[in-house]
Design a protein around this ligand. Sequence first.
Ligand code: ZN
Length: 288
Amino acid sequence: MPELPEVETIRRQLSAELSGKTIKNVEVRLAKMIKGQVFRFKKKITGAGITSVSRRAKILIFSLSNGYAILVHLKMTGQLVYTKQGKIKTGGHPIKDGHKDLPNKFTHVIFKLNGRATLFFNDIRQFGYLMLVKAGELDGHFSRMRIGPEPLKSDFTLGAFTKLLLKKKKSKIKPLLMDQSFIAGVGNIYATEACYYSKIRPTRRVGSLKKDEISKLYLHLIKILKFAIKKQGTSAKNYIDAFGEPGEYAPLLKIYGRQGEPCLHCNTTVKSLLLGGRGTAYCPKCQV
Ligand SMILES: [Zn+2]
């Protein structure tokens, strides 16, 4: 699943294209991809303008001129393909030739926009969704989803992070970082990297972390997320940016996916364990 830096990259790229566009028509080819009533979804958004594209956790938010917003969750294999006068921009899961001959069998929703532009929502495994929410109800919606704080917002300080950790002393640190109700948008890749940079074994209980380890973890997590956005994200298995290009962060990964290879710091063979159901690479020497 794309993590925060990947979804943020798609957001930035689509925002430039979609902001100011009008939705002339919407075709829903697979009703289950819409959460809520399809009839209402179509009725409310047809004719509305897209004023901005924002993000909460891994969810894209298309704000509309009529007081509503469309939420887009790409989940595992969702993909947005934007075309304008024959030019193509794709973001999300790379589907082989999925951007060609559109619509195709993976295309579930089609937005016709003004200026001969079209936005296709494709999804092979159909775990993603679109949803209509009133703008005024967005905060309530996200709090019902129990989405944790945004790590890159200014109010997510070291103090705030420490306070959250103190409530979870018994949790293991790496699965906790990936818990969307704890922090929004961090998944396997960046949680694994943050533990390595901070020299913390991913299985450590939060209660055992020293003060300086917590501040290291905080600083590295923020730094890694920001740098990954700058590099347009990581293309591990299931992500390409809105221009159809892989992100540039993958070659910069220090530990994720490197089990069996030497640690870049100490040459010890990188190990892997299953933690919270996810493969987790770590250096047995550097990470204590
Ligand atoms: Zn090492």
